[in-house]
Design a protein around this ligand. Structure first.
Ligand SMILES: NC(=O)c1ccc[n+]([C@@H]2O[C@H](COP(=O)([O-])OP(=O)(O)OC[C@H]3O[C@@H](n4cnc5c(N)ncnc54)[C@H](O)[C@@H]3O)[C@@H](O)[C@H]2O)c1
Length: 311
């Protein structure tokens, strides 16, 4: 495959690249390094990295023209500053339109888009079925939802994956790295009284293998274990792994006004249509993540791609 990956220096993109390059696929990345790191993509054969924004239609067109991708994975997203609505719209809406439009002109075989569970807003039911109405209420959620809607209109062989919280190499935000770091440093923690679903990177890879196939069904899919876990469950799992018995119970605080108490995606349609389901349970997912932190620290820099040997 010749795979164009937007946002390839980010967490999901770079993990995919560490699988695709050794497998012999060619990859071109467009990334502006807003949240991704150049160091995770060392210069290796088969990988081209272009610094720039998907909001720049000229740059996107040149990349498609030069690289002639057969497949597109649209992973670029802006979310860094919730108050920067213009950047969110430029990347998540205009950028998505630019990539979708170029993909159409170049008749790519597959277009895979990644979507946030925030598209569902405050859900009426949990687990959230994939046909639940979209009601985003944050700049990130609103702009990602608009981008997804444009992408769906394009008539491409397109899959949009609505993703649970994916854990794996270089995950450096959220409760798991936070508790790991603080507990190891002997610092106090608190848990927000919320429920989320966590999916191991290996399970994410297995759905990617399914949807990148030319004959796979297209459309919208929730990608999740379907199993909700409280942040306190995460805290307990990290304590258990580290062999720490907290001296006093960890405070569990009500969710903030802009937080959603429970976000758990229902993967049943994904199972029915794609025959995919998550294989790695919660305890293993957390333990695998913590073993990675033991080996590499809580860092978003470490790369598993072989750096070239000094000559
Ligand atoms: N990781 C998850 O658990 C998760 C869950 C739900 C949805 N998603 C979606 O998956 C995708 C990847 O998420 P991630 O966790 O890897 O995030 P990330 O921040 O690590 O990766 C996003 C990448 O996009 C790049 N980027 C931002 N604006 C850009 C622009 N204008 N042009 C080019 N590149 C740009 C960033 O520099 C970064 O490398 C996003 O679309 C996100 O909405 C991820």
């Amino acid at each position: 495959m010749r795979i164009l990956i937007t946002g390839g220096a980010g967490c999901l993109g770079s993990n995919l690249i560490e699988r695709y390059i050794p497998a012999g696929h060619e990859v071109l990345v467009i990334d502006n390094f807003a949240t991704g790191k150049r160091e995770v993509l060392p210069p290796v054969a088969g990988l081209t990295v272009v610094e720039g924004s998907v909001a720049d239609s000229g740059l996107v067109d040149r990349c498609f023209g030069d690289f002639q991708p057969t497949h597109v994975i649209h992973s670029a997203a802006a979310y860094k500053d919730p108050a920067d609505w213009r950047e969110d719209v430029a990347t998540n809406v205009t950028g998505t339109i630019n990539v979708v439009d170029a993909a159409k002109r170049h008749a790519v075989r597959r277009f895979v888009n990644f979507q946030t569970a925030l598209c569902y807003g405050r859900p009426e039911q949990v687990p959230i079925p994939v046909d639940h109405p979209t009601r985003p209420f944050t700049s990130y959620g609103i702009s990602k939802t608009a981008g997804e809607q444009y992408a769906l209109m394009a008539g491409l062989p397109l899959v949009s994956l609505r993703l649970a919280n994916i854990t794996g190499p270089r995950l450096a935000i959220g409760p798991i790295p936070t508790f790991y770091k603080r507990l190891k440093a002997g610092q106090k923690c608190f848990c927000s009284d919320t429920v989320r679903d966590f999916l191991d990177m290996e399970d994410f890879f297995s759905i990617m293998d399914v949807v990148m196939r030319d004959d796979a069904p297209t459309g919208l899919f929730n990608v999740s274990t379907g199993e909700g876990r409280s942040i306190k469950d995460v805290f307990d799992a990290v304590c258990g792994y580290l062999g720490i018995v907290p001296a006093e119970p960890v405070p569990v605080v009500p969710p903030g006004a802009d937080d959603v108490p429970a976000v758990v995606l229902d993967p049943s349609r994904t199972r029915q249509v794609l025959g995919w389901e998550a294989k790695i349970g919660f305890a293993d997912t957390i333990a695998r993540m913590l073993r990675w932190y033991d080996a590499h620290g809580v860092t978003d820099i470490h790369s598993h791609l072989a750096a070239p040997k000094a000559s």
